[in-house]
Design a protein around this ligand. Structure first.
Ligand SMILES: [Ca+2]
Length: 324
């Protein structure tokens, strides 16, 4: 009988500790200036400190980085100079795809790959890449039953070729149809990655500040050293593919009980690339991100309290019985 009551005591205290742990852990972020790009894009010497660009890419300092103009047979790219070493991260990019033709193409790509700055046939960048490619495909080559534009993710192993003829059907990890071309509001993509856990893509194209989930893929493992890039391509048909801004954040667990980062390693990793610690930290943004976690915590607290109450009641019953 004593054993049973001890077990109840133990389980309730474990539950209590768990609830406290959840309450005190929250997600913080550090802005990675190395992977962030905004107007005027270039410094005085017409270079970008943290990005290289090439191919047909042109930059207009007050407006955009234009990967392709609305002309046939163009390829342009933009790649970070240093790899993205953060364990968990979020990339938000504002882009614009627009043009005059009734028919248009071919689309653009976001890359998190081992390769960088190499022009090629997959939306302007190299094929047989290793890492992640997100394709914003505006021209349907051959995918019956799928509405275009189509946004999809491919995980490249360094050997597999992009399935060009079927718009990447053979390579698709996940994807969605979305009217990301000529939208009424600024079009944005937000890619969130938690190492070895999941990859999530949200898109803004319907209304401002309204994010539509494109996909969440689990068990995604990306190369530990990978560069962030963008590229675009036109063929016979063309479009303007513009990058307006890029904002990247390193996400890390913050445990308020110990007063330090849950995993200090990657917080300092990212600051070593990101420059001065906390420079880009926006407390308002931090707060607005917190609501999802607050809700989850609330649910866990309620579950924890019910569990604790049930455990305690059962333990008391046992105590009473053992007295008689
Ligand atoms: Ca296509």
């Amino acid at each position: 009988m004593l054993m049973v009551s001890k077990a109840y005591q133990l389980s309730t205290s474990i539950l209590g500790v768990f609830v406290c742990e959840v309450l005190l852990t929250s997600w913080k972020y550090i802005q990675l200036r190395t992977h962030t790009l905004t107007t005027p894009y270039l410094t005085g010497d017409l270079q970008s400190r943290w990005f290289d660009f090439g191919g047909d890419t042109i930059i207009r300092a007050d407006k955009y980085v234009r990967l392709t103009s609305d002309r046939p047979s163009q390829q342009g790219w933009l790649f970070s100079r240093v790899p993205l070493t953060a364990t968990n991260w979020e990339i938000e990019v504002e882009f614009k795809i627009d043009g005059n033709g009734n028919l248009h193409g071919d689309g653009m790509a976001l890359w998190v790959t081992k390769q960088r700055a190499t022009q090629g046939p997959v939306f302007g960048s190299t094929d047989q890449f290793e890492g992640l490619g997100i394709f914003f495909d505006t021209y349907k080559n051959n995918r019956p039953g799928v509405t275009f534009p189509y946004v999809m993710a491919m995980l490249g192993d360094g050997k597999t070729k992009y399935d060009h003829g079927n718009d990447g059907k053979a390579n698709e990890l996940a994807g969605c149809s979305a009217r990301i071309r000529k939208a009424d509001v600024p079009t944005k993509a937000r890619l969130t990655y938690f190492q070895d856990s999941y990859l999530k893509l949200d898109l803004q194209y319907r209304r401002e500040d309204e994010w539509t989930e494109c996909f969440t893929a689990s068990d995604v493992r990306l190369p530990s050293v990978a560069y962030l890039g963008f590229s675009a391509e036109t063929g016979e048909l063309s479009d303007e593919h513009d990058i307006i801004s890029v904002s990247t954040k390193s996400l890390y667990e913050h445990n308020t009980a110990s007063g330090s980062g849950g995993r200090p390693g990657h917080a300092s990793d990212s600051t070593s690339w990101g420059g001065k610690k906390g420079k880009g930290y926006d407390p308002n943004r931090g707060k607005s991100r917190g609501w999802g976690w607050v809700f989850i915590k609330l649910v866990l607290v309620v579950v924890g309290c019910i569990g604790a109450y049930v455990g305690y009641t059962a333990w008391r019953t046992q105590q009473r019985r053992s007295r008689f």
